[in-house]
Design a protein around this ligand. Structure first.
Ligand SMILES: C[S@@+](CC[C@H](N)C(=O)[O-])C[C@H]1O[C@@H](n2cnc3c(N)ncnc32)[C@H](O)[C@@H]1O
Length: 220
């Protein structure tokens, strides 16, 4: 039997079902539609933006945890930071790390425009910036530098407060992780997913098939 041609990217969730879910979910905060519109119209790499289902997921998780401190690695144009900020405590803060100055400027403009004074951007390399952090967090979202996820997780797990969660994006990599890897990044993500199975049993982790796959890790 002829093999099906590869459709790239492979939709992990049935688009019809995803549309139905969105039609039966709240509207997102209006600034998210503005950031999305700007990103799609002006940024070549706009596919890096989270989609609406992921926005709902991030907002819901943040509201459930109601964190005092959030850390994000991979700001891009600020979309996911604004999602995560929805659940922050009144006096809470979100630190987001981005290495590209172009994206730092765009995200900062949106944070100013929409009064997210509780979001602070660190411009720099994710690993180097995380190594300098002296505080712990209630929620961490890792969404950058996919090929170094193992290094990040080793650095980030000790930064989790009690009952905190680490979320890691793109862990299904368009479903390619379930096949023989053809690209280095797929191989790295497979290694990362396998690495989690060797984590200390004190950690509980779940890989969910939401958008491009998102792994949730916490201490038991
Ligand atoms: C997938 S995008 C993040 C998307 C964003 N979280 C969202 O959903 O709106 C990844 C971002 O990480 C940044 N990045 C890549 N490598 C990095 C590194 N080593 N340190 C910091 N940021 C990095 C990229 O410039 C890009 O803006």
């Amino acid at each position: 039997m002829a093999k099906n041609p590869r459709i790239f990217p492979i939709p992990i969730t049935n688009p019809v079902i995803e549309g139905y879910c969105l039609n039966h979910s709240s509207a997102l905060p209006p600034e998210l539609y503005e950031i999305e519109k700007y990103t799609q119209e002006n940024i070549l790499a706009h596919r890096m933006l989270s989609n609406h289902i992921q926005a709902h997921f991030l907002i819901s998780i943040s509201k459930m945890i109601h964190p005092q401190k959030i850390l994000e690695i991979g700001t891009f144009t600020g979309y996911s930071a604004v999602c995560l900020a929805q659940g922050l405590q009144r006096n809470g803060k979100l630190i987001t790390i981005e290495k590209q100055s172009q994206f730092v400027q765009i995200a900062q403009k949106f944070f100013n425009q929409y009064n997210y004074s509780n979001i602070h951007i660190i411009q720099g390399d994710g690993i180097e910036s995380v190594q300098q952090l002296q505080e712990k967090f209630d929620l961490i979202y890792l969404d950058a530098d996919k090929e170094r996820y193992i290094e990040y997780v080793d650095l980030l797990l000790p930064l989790l407060n009690e009952n905190a969660w680490l979320l890691v994006d793109n862990t299904l990599w368009k479903g390619l992780v379930s096949e023989e890897a053809k690209e280095p990044v797929t191989k790295k993500l497979q290694e990362f997913n396998d690495y989690l199975t060797t984590l200390h049993p004190a950690f509980f982790y779940t890989l969910l098939p939401i958008r491009d796959g998102i792994t949730l890790i916490t201490k038991k």
